[in-house]
Design a protein around this ligand. Structure first.
Ligand SMILES: *[C@@H]1O[C@H](CO)[C@@H](O)[C@H](O)[C@H]1NC(C)=O
Ligand SMILES: *[C@@H]1O[C@H](CO)[C@@H](O)[C@H](O)[C@H]1NC(C)=O
Ligand SMILES: *[C@@H]1O[C@H](CO)[C@@H](O)[C@H](O)[C@H]1NC(C)=O
Length: 493
């Protein structure tokens, strides 16, 4: 197993170093040509359509009228707003020939890497006619991209911006162990070619602090947290009604209030000639999304719910029924769902139901928006990145009840946009606290209200007094990245 994973890294390092030496020798004398202003090449060694953050960067640059080249592999469809902007050009990297798969690994790997390097250099050096003012690169993958953008930056005079999403070597270490020689080499490579750039962007303050301390990064530095795509917004009762008409056949029959489609669903009802409304006898909906991996310990959720069941039984109606919807696919799903079934099956539980489901991507934001509360069991392996699912929930105006980990406080502010728990008993306490009196649950409502503020037209000077505000990508990009790329142009107002 590790041979397959480690081999390419080792070979990549060797070939990149060799290539750089040759390039340096050949081009030593050539002075950098002058880059054209207000242009940017954005490079991601992956499927462009699956790299949301790089697509938002592209959109933000294009809105400033930068000539924007977005470089990566063709695959999923990019976000529609990107396709309609006149300043954006997609430059696709060529895929390695399929025939390569027939050859033994030891032959195919170096060919694949050489093909990657030439394909990236061909785009950066030739297909973009004038050197771009900036090259923005996503890290990881670090190998070979960090070295290539450094090389092109040196040759063509473009300013390199590294967007640090995570650390390539630490991801490799998850598979190989941190003492493996390839992990050490990858780390040296990443530190060497990542150390100096025109600017560094970080997805968390924790990553900023770690890298500045460990690698002494040189260049401008800015923190830009992730934000959800624009179609993640609070759902209204009509959208919830429409979604639950479709998914109610997959919901448990005995547990939910009686409903009669298409006039009602477990959560909504339509009275004559009116728009759907949320029904007062609905259960509280909790939603969690997961890829069902070792990273997330769902037994905490099951134990917490088990405790909630006991408390709800004893509460004489002060606590509501809870419907827990878990979305996502992954290896541990069946094991955990069997455990859930053993706990709740045969009417063991009367106040809680857990079901897992898989939704079309277009339904996912509406499902999040239908929830009263999100649950996150994410615990970060590097403690330097934040779970995108909480970002998505916030985008839909849904507060979260989250398992604590090192840098969670950069995202979840206890008592403002969510609450934090440490273990199953803590989770049960939070649920009891938040849901008491549902659907008129005061604490839950006050959390939800902090999102409503940001949906309304905002008065920035006022909102800062109120503490936490959910800024959009555009807000912060304008504040954080724009001064880096247009240092002499000041925002009007
Ligand atoms: C936006 O900036 C503010 C203040 O600098 C910060 O508190 C917030 O976390 C940032 N949000 C994003 C999306 O980076
Ligand atoms: C609910 O949201 C949908 C989609 O955003 C919108 O088309 C519809 O007009 C909204 N309905 C109400 C009642 O606001
Ligand atoms: C925004 O807040 C400022 C200062 O509190 C106030 O003078 C201004 O009128 C407000 N603007 C709006 C549109 O509410």
């Amino acid at each position: 197993m590790w041979d397959l994973l480690a081999g390419p890294v080792f070979l990549r390092i060797i070939s990149v170093v060799a290539l750089l030496c040759v390039a340096r020798l050949l081009l030593w004398k050539k002075s950098p040509s002058k880059p054209s202003l207000r242009s940017v090449a954005i490079l991601v060694l992956g499927d462009i359509g699956r790299s949301p953050r790089m697509m938002y960067h592209a959109e933000s640059f294009a809105k400033l009228h930068f000539e924007t080249f977005l470089i990566g592999y063709k695959g999923s469809r990019p976000v529609p707003s990107l396709l309609s902007l006149p300043y954006i050009r997609f430059l696709y990297l060529s895929q390695p020939p399929l025939a390569l798969r027939k050859f033994p690994f030891i032959i195919s790997a170096p060919i694949k890497i050489a093909q990657q390097i030439t394909s990236i250099l061909r785009v950066l050096l030739w297909r973009i006619p004038h050197p771009p003012e900036f090259i923005l690169v996503q890290n990881p993958p670090s190998i070979p991209t960090l070295a290539l953008v450094w090389l092109v930056g040196t040759l063509r005079g473009s300013k390199v911006i590294i967007d640090w999403h995570n650390l390539g070597y630490s991801i490799l270490a998850l598979n190989l162990g941190s003492n493996h020689i390839f992990v050490k080499l990858a780390r040296i490579f990443e530190a060497k070619f990542g150390q100096s750039a025109h600017a560094h962007l970080f997805v968390t303050r924790a990553m900023h602090d770690f890298l500045v301390k460990e690698w002494d990064l040189q260049g401008l530095k800015a923190i830009l947290h992730d934000r959800p795509p624009a179609h993640f917004h609070p759902a209204n009762a009509s959208e919830i009604h429409e979604l639950f008409l479709r998914i109610s056949p997959f919901l448990p029959t005995t547990f939910l209030p009686v409903y009669d489609p298409p006039m009602s669903t477990p959560l909504t009802q339509v009275s004559s000639h009116a728009l759907p409304r949320l029904r007062p006898d609905r259960p509280a909906v909790l939603v969690s999304s997961t890829s069902w991996t070792e990273d997330e310990d769902f037994s905490i959720l099951l134990d917490g719910l088990s405790e909630y069941e006991h408390r709800a039984r004893a509460s004489c109606g002060a606590l509501p029924r809870v419907l827990v919807l878990v979305t996502g696919k992954g290896p541990l799903r069946d094991a955990y769902m069997r455990k859930a079934q053993a706990l709740q099956g045969g009417d063991h539980w009367q106040w809680v139901r857990v079901i897992s489901m898989w939704l079309e991507p277009k339904d996912y934001p509406v499902l999040l928006g239908s929830a009263d509360l999100g649950i996150s069991l994410h615990s970060s392996s590097s403690a330097l990145d934040l779970p995108m699912k909480i970002v998505d929930m916030f985008g839909c105006g849904v507060p979260v009840c989250a398992l604590d980990f090192a840098c969670l406080s950069e995202l979840v502010i206890d008592g403002k946009n969510g609450v934090i728990f440490q273990n199953a008993a803590g989770l049960a306490d939070q649920l009891e606290n938040l849901l008491k009196g549902f659907p008129n649950a005061a604490r839950l409502e006050s959390l939800r209200a902090s999102f409503r503020r940001t949906v309304e037209p905002r008065n920035v000077s006022n909102s800062e007094d109120e503490g936490w505000v959910w800024n959009s990508w555009d807000d912060n990009w304008t504040r954080v990245v724009r001064p880096v790329v247009l240092p002499n142009v000041h925002v009007a107002g």
